[in-house]
Design a protein around this ligand. Sequence first.
Ligand code: NAD
Length: 432
Amino acid sequence: MKICMVGTGYVGLVSGVCFSDVGNDVICVDRDINKIENLKKGIIPIYEPGLDSLILKNYKNKRLKFSTNLNDSVIKSDIIFICVGTPTKKNVNNVDLSQIYNVAKDIRGSISKFKIIINKSTVPVATGEEIEKIISQKVSKKLFSVVSNPEFLREGEAIRDFTYPDRIIIGTSNKKTNKILKNLYSPLISKGAKYVNTSRRAAELIKYASNAFLATKITFINELANLCEKIDVNIEDVSIGMGLDKRIGGRFLRAGPAYGGSCFPKDTKAIAATADKYKTNLSVIKSVIKSNKNRSSLLLKRIFDILKGKVKNKRICFLGVTFKANTDDMRDSSCLSMIPMLNKKGAKINYFDPTGEKTEFKKLNNVHFSDNIKSAIKNSELIIVHTEWNDFKSINFKKYVKSKNFTIFDLRNIYSSTEMKEKKIKYISIGR
Ligand code: NAD
């Protein structure tokens, strides 16, 4: 099939490459000229394991193309996926849908034969109706069909998640469109993915509901970890004991810092705002949002306590600053509040991240990037393990840290408390 992905970010690029890998002709379009020119040269804009070789393979065999020309790409395609950003509006919890609506306006002039317009971006209920309205101002409704097909891939596992999804949600009541899309997804269905056809509105809500539920699980176990710390119980035992119950499941049940990333924070706010708009109250989700906000402050307070309130000139090292491992995505990482706050109090911060230096910290005095773990931790008094990269799992701290009196604060529980005790390292973790 001939496909156009509008928006070549984490979702558009991964989905586009994976669709081309199963035999479709895909054009990935972006308004960012730099991104597209780099992709043509084989420079990949994001860190995602396995993505570079898959792009190279499909670009070489000409099933995958990159372009900034939206109109030409839409004319050449039968299926158009909208994969642009849907961030939270400034100062309110509503979603900024301008990128989506701009695409809808921009593609109208290029529809002269039947096209399926699929919204893969995460959007509030009834956005599909609005897209349809915008396009139909200039194009006959017979010439297009607007579908909701939310994406569930996780950064860091994106290729696997796209190729072997648990489910494919297709929100359309158009039988012809549904048949075409079932055919498009048949390589994934044959590997075991469940194909679910729903109304467009239900598909839109399923995405928000799923993310809000996962955010709730994380917040639940984070709060339970606070209790465990007070009553001498290991949160890991609780997670295992709970997670083995199939009704609960063990995933997203690991205590750690506040949840972050490009999805959970904005999607929880968006679904709560939708409920407010329709005058119902999603009180559980609202308390999840509040609890998660408090979590970063609570962990900051723990850091102050560890340093006995003396933060000025303390040498602190952060290992990992992205919101989770195996991605370079900094959006809503809890580090974005923690590092500036410690910096403001006079701490001297070194950080290492396997995905390199971050522009977010470049303007801060006394926040330095080290390009390797050894030099990052060498002069530290406090080492904060912020992200669970495998690179951090077997560091010989005793050998590389100069001070005899350093402390490790492990926000991801990647080390064994017993082993740290045996090594006589001051070690504090979460909920144990
Ligand atoms: P992103 O910011 O990485 O990428 C969006 C891209 O769209 C950018 O490259 C931008 O330049 C491009 N763009 C914007 N307007 C355009 C236009 N008019 N024409 C062409 N290109 C345009 O965003 P993302 O992380 O890929 O997320 C996209 C959507 O998918 C969001 O709604 C998000 O919530 C959802 N989603 C994201 C993930 C994830 O893990 N990142 C997972 C599932 C769903």
